[in-house]
Design a binder for this molecule. Structure first.
Ligand code: SF4
Length: 346
């Protein structure tokens, strides 16, 4: 059985990042506005003291551009994290950074440590979107960084955003396809949130940017998740981590912020897959559909407030839809039995 996994987050807010992407307020996202290196050890020890034996732990330097911080601080933090890896207390180290902060010198440093993954903030491969967001790097730099990491044998996770200024659904599908093509070992999908005191906040107030509604974010994220699922690239997270700031009016201004965003997106993907199977091979009106889904996923497949079940019943004029769980069935696979008719599988 797969071990439970815990990332021990050590937030490095905005350190090393001279940029000001229009959507970024790292203090709001991480809940940390300054960083004292000596607190990293306390943070790690504190989390390790609470995890159950047998849990796979990684130390995760998140929140800023880790490979852009002062070299002495960066290697000091890596040395600290490596001491836990050497003692067998964590399985590895992961970090988030910008694509333009990956170069041969950084790779030589990283190769000395047990790096589980470098998470690259790619956000989009559209030059128009990157420039509208003032990212300060090109799509070519993202491609180069992913390629350099792959060639150095360091797993790369592609982080991308949904609903950025200037971004259309097709840009987001293309971004997901490119992340897969470049050999990512995982992805994260972040629908855009408008935080106060950011350029995006100003753009929103002035009517130059319109945040996605929750439904739009769910639909566009599901389309992107479908790409990753089809390519076998695991999705590590959808939406920002829960933190006080996401619920505080002092930081959060607008955008698709929901505590179960990941579940909503997964539910939407189940709905899309069920519809695709039924569109290919429509059921006769008035039938009873039985849909098998992987064990543990039934609430997502049925949808919040039985949304998917009701939508399917109406759309295909069937008498009822019953969901049942199936063991040893890969996530997002479905099997449909149409009241004695043939079975459709995905
Ligand atoms: S690169 Fe990352 S940390 Fe820097 S401003 Fe942009 S989002 Fe924020």
């Amino acid at each position: 059985m797969k071990k439970p996994h815990v990332n021990i987050p050590v937030f490095i807010p905005h350190l090393g990042c001279p940029n000001m992407c229009v959507f970024c307020n790292q203090r709001a996202i991480s809940g940390v506005s300054s960083f004292l290196p000596e607190t990293a050890k306390n943070t790690i020890d504190c989390v390790l003291s609470t995890v159950r034996e047998g849990t796979d732990c990684e130390i995760a330097f998140f929140g800023g551009s880790f490979t852009g911080i002062d070299r002495t601080l960066m290697t000091g933090l890596l040395d600290l994290a490596q001491s836990y890896a050497d003692a067998g207390r964590v399985s590895g180290i992961r970090m988030s950074t910008r694509p333009d902060y990956i170069d041969p010198e950084i790779l030589e440093i990283l190769k000395r440590y047990t790096i589980s993954a470098v998470e690259l903030g790619i956000q989009s491969f559209s030059e128009n979107v990157l420039s509208s967001c003032r990212r300060g790097h090109s799509s070519e730099q993202s491609r180069r960084a992913m390629t350099m990491l792959r060639e150095a044998g360091i797993p790369a996770v592609g982080q991308m955003m949904i609903g950025l200024p200037g971004s259309a659904p097709d840009d987001e599908i293309a971004c997901a396809e490119e992340i897969c093509r470049l050999g990512a070992c995982g992805c994260r999908i972040y629908p855009t949130i408008v935080f106060r005191d950011t350029e995006l906040h100003r753009m929103t107030v002035q009517g130059m940017y319109h945040p996605l509604t929750l439904d739009e974010a769910v639909e566009r994220s599901a389309a992107v998740l479908d790409v990753f699922v089809r390519h076998g690239v695991p999705c590590l997270r959808i939406g920002l981590c829960e933190s006080e700031n996401l619920h505080s009016d002092a930081s959060y201004y607008a955008g698709p912020n929901h505590p179960s965003l990941g579940e909503l997106v997964s539910g939407e993907l189940y709905y899309r897959r069920i519809c695709a199977a039924l569109d290919r091979d429509p059921p006769a009106k008035g039938r009873v559909l039985t849909i098998k889904v992987p064990r543990g996923d039934i609430s997502m497949a049925v949808g919040q407030k039985r949304k998917n079940k009701l939508r399917i019943e109406i759309k295909y004029s069937v008498k009822s839809v019953k969901f049942i769980e199936k063991d040893n069935f890969p996530r997002y696979n479905i099997e449909i039995n149409k009241n004695g008719e043939e079975t459709a599988c995905i």
